[in-house]
Design a binder for this molecule. Structure first.
Ligand code: GMT
Length: 380
């Protein structure tokens, strides 16, 4: 198949999933064309089946806001026509699904029929999408898609609850490349960070409010009173200044390191003992899956799609949002030397259920189903 993938090219979960899916599809022999405004972060190598088309955004003094959605739709039209794509798969509803709808309508006038598949990732529904300034367009473009997928049962439920959806939604969970995300031998790294055999706690995120990074710091503050430990914070975002201030206020700065946006996050995860995800909302929790694949148990909240990944009492624990005391208690239970090896083993075992080799064929099957349906509709 010739597949066009539209996504955000950044470190964010939806962009990572889209890029990794494209890579897996290319490995299976499909031709995959990425359409976005800059080279996706995980697409920095050559592969004969992978192509990248940059959306060119021309500015003009009249525009206070350059119309990205129009430039994206025009680029989709161009790539579908000249690369003879079979389908477009857009990740994150805003503005990709509505831009794809426009491209589809333009192509129709030239007798080109391109099916559009939209994958919902989370904040495009649970946060931004619900906002009245976007909701009508999000609703319309989900309903107008030829196929819709969501990354968890919870996100599917949320979508039906909050929008007037008359389309089916297929749940295809996120996945992990276990060849890349696996525990590597990085003992020297562990010794450098934890010279006295301390436990290593890790959090990775985009440091937005929804991630509640302050709860990570508070849990760590409590844990280190009982078990000598260090905390690594990976990622960056708007909340970072407040988080740094909190570390100072609690007097924990010497044992907390901010690593910023790291490409090789698996190296850090390889030496971690515990991963903390206290998010207020999380449709899947890809960062937790990455940690689990590196044999790291999870302390998380019980919201969104997280319970579909993190099994309470087995791969980690689930707590209510903001319940720092419960998260601390659970963290100490996992870090107990008698419990840690079992939690680590369980985390890895669970992660293997989300191996890309198992999940990518679900997308392939879905593509085939949507293509067949759309061909049938054209014939009638
Ligand atoms: O978590 C974010 O803020 C980034 C966001 C994105 O779209 O890049 O992540 C969402 O999509 C990921 C990939 O499907 C999911 O693993 C995350 O749980 C989801 N984030 C939220 O729902 C907050």
């Amino acid at each position: 198949m010739k597949i066009g993938i539209v996504c955000y090219p950044t470190f964010g979960g939806s962009g990572v999933v889209a890029t990794e899916l494209g890579k897996a599809l290319a490995k299976a022999g499909h031709k995959v064309h990425f359409i976005t405004y800059s080279q996706p972060t995980r697409l920095d190598f050559f592969n004969e089946h992978l192509f990248y088309h940059e959306v060119t955004l021309r500015n003009y003094p009249l525009f206070e806001y350059a119309p990205y959605e129009l430039a994206l739709a025009s680029k989709m039209v161009d790539v579908v026509k000249y690369e003879k794509l079979d389908l477009l798969h857009v990740h994150y509803a805003i503005p990709h699904a509505s831009a794809a709808y426009m491209a589809k309508q333009i192509l129709k006038t030239e007798n080109i029929h391109i099916p559009v598949i939209t994958t919902l990732h989370g904040t495009d529904i649970t946060l931004v999408g619900k906002d009245p300034s976007y909701a009508p367009v999000v609703t319309f473009s989900i309903n107008a898609s030829d196929g819709v997928t969501a990354v968890s049962e919870d996100l599917k439920k949320d979508t039906y609850e909050h929008f007037k959806i008359n389309n089916g939604i297929e749940v295809i969970p996120n996945f992990i490349d276990l060849e890349r995300f696996k525990k590597q031998k990085k003992e020297h790294f562990k010794t450098a960070i934890c010279p006295n055999g301390e436990m290593l706690l890790v959090h990775t995120s985009n440091f937005r409010k929804v991630k509640r990074v302050d709860d990570v710091v508070r849990v760590f503050h409590n844990v280190r009173k009982v078990v000598p430990s260090k905390l690594l914070l990976v990622g960056d975002g708007p909340e970072r200044p407040q988080i740094e201030a909190l570390c100072r206020e609690l007097g924990d700065c010497d044992d907390i390191r901010f690593l910023g946006k790291l490409e090789a996050v698996e190296e850090v995860l390889s030496v971690a003992d515990l991963f903390i995800m206290p998010s207020e909302k999380e449709s899947f929790g890809l960062a937790a899956l990455e940690a689990m694949a590196c044999e790291v148990p999870i302390i998380s909240t019980n919201v969104g799609g997280i319970p579909e990944l993190n099994i309470n009492g087995k791969t980690g624990f689930l707590s209510k949002v903001g319940d720092v005391e419960d998260m601390t208690k659970n963290a100490l239970h996992i870090l107990d030397k008698d419990n840690l090896p079992t939690f680590k083993k369980n985390a890895l075992k669970r992660a293997t259920e989300f191996d890309v080799t198992k999940i990518m064929p679900l997308y392939e099957g879905f593509y085939k189903k949507v293509l067949a349906k759309s061909k049938e509709l054209q014939m009638n």
